[in-house]
Design a protein around this ligand. Structure first.
Ligand code: F6P
Length: 322
């Protein structure tokens, strides 16, 4: 089976970019090891702190953030980093060509129940002429991403990666420590009978979301004339991994639960990278009215409604919002 480095070279990825991807993955291998140790490695439970989003930080959030941050900041090609766990941009090397954003540990509520969790990352070109920690560094369209991926710490540790030439899946071979290519071209079927949404929020949804989900729930007897099944992992990495593996539609729409948080997922280090992976696998990713990759980031921790997965189903779903 092909090693990651070989695949990236075959895809003619810039060698400096390969170095950065390898650095991210080196820290993910360390995180995979720590996750595997669980209670034995003292990584379960919470800290007493909150992150910028006002969420309680889990010990593993902090450990994973520190590991990725420390490794990336020693990389000469890295101009700046942004993380879910950092309030602001952190400056790296003045001559770095790339800026990297990451969610060090997605699906934190699954940590203590031995459920699926993961690291999501995205790499953009650094903007020349701006200081490394200038907020405008990350104010780019999703289409500017040079690479995007996640590492899923599940029963096996898997990497889903795109550099814009398809979405490829790798599995960590824990016997020698390398990521090996296990699916050369991930392909999301256009149609699906599986949806993924947190139904507990149903009473807070806006009308188009309620109407769409109601139609799915009617099954064979409703307008859709087919039965739909539902899955919810409470970790975007787990849900998107299922969508990339066998199709489906994943939604985290805006709702009226909290006027300060009209949507939940973060554009920069959750929606952008997942949208690039899904589109490169033949799927679609929308905020309801526009493709997520066409949006331009305004603030570092900006939130966005998300509808992504099987192309025809995303099309049907977004038609409710127009
Ligand atoms: O980052 C946020 C996140 O944990 C996602 O991974 C996941 O899809 C979602 O929140 C879960 O939300 P909820 O708590 O509503 O189930």
């Amino acid at each position: 089976m092909q090693r990651l480095i070989y695949t990236l070279k075959q895809d003619q990825v810039d060698l400096d970019l390969i170095m950065v991807i390898r650095t991210v993955l080196a820290s993910c291998k360390e995180i995979a090891f720590r996750v595997g140790q669980g209670a034995l490695g003292d990584v379960l439970g919470s800290t007493l702190d909150e992150n910028i989003q006002g969420e309680t930080q889990k010990k593993l959030d902090v450990i994973a953030n520190q590991l990725i941050k420390n490794m990336l900041l020693t990389e000469s090609n890295v101009a700046a980093i942004a993380s879910e766990e950092e309030d602001d941009i952190v400056a790296g090397n003045a001559n770095g060509k790339y800026i990297i954003a990451f969610d060090p540990l997605d699906g934190s509520s699954n940590i203590d129940i031995n459920g699926q969790i993961g690291t999501i990352f995205t790499i953009f070109p650094a903007v020349e002429g701006l200081a490394q920690d200038d907020p405008r560094q990350f104010q780019q369209k999703g289409r500017n991403q040079l690479a995007a991926g996640y590492v899923l710490y599940g029963p096996s540790t898997m990497l889903m990666l795109t550099t814009g030439k398809g979405t490829r899946c790798f599995t960590l071979d824990k016997t020698h420590g390398g990521f090996l290519l296990t699916d050369e071209q991930v392909s999301v079927p256009a149609e699906t009978q599986e949806f993924s949404i947190n139904m507990a929020n149903a009473r807070f949804w806006y009308e188009p979301t309620s109407r769409y989900i109601d139609d799915l729930l009617l099954g064979e007897t409703g307008v859709r004339k087919k039965r739909f099944n539902m899955r919810w992992n409470a970790a975007m990495v787990g849900d998107i991994h299922r969508v990339l593996s066998r199709g489906g539609i994943f939604m985290y729409p805006s709702d009226n639960r909290d006027p300060n948080k009209p949507a939940k997922l973060r554009l920069l280090y959750e929606a952008y990278p997942m949208a690039m992976l899904v589109e490169n696998a033949g799927g679609r990713a929308s905020n309801g009215t526009a493709d997520i990759l066409d949006l331009e980031l305004e603030t570092l921790h900006q939130r966005v409604p998300v509808i992504m997965g099987s192309s025809k189903e995303v099309e049907i779903s977004t038609s409710y919002y127009t």
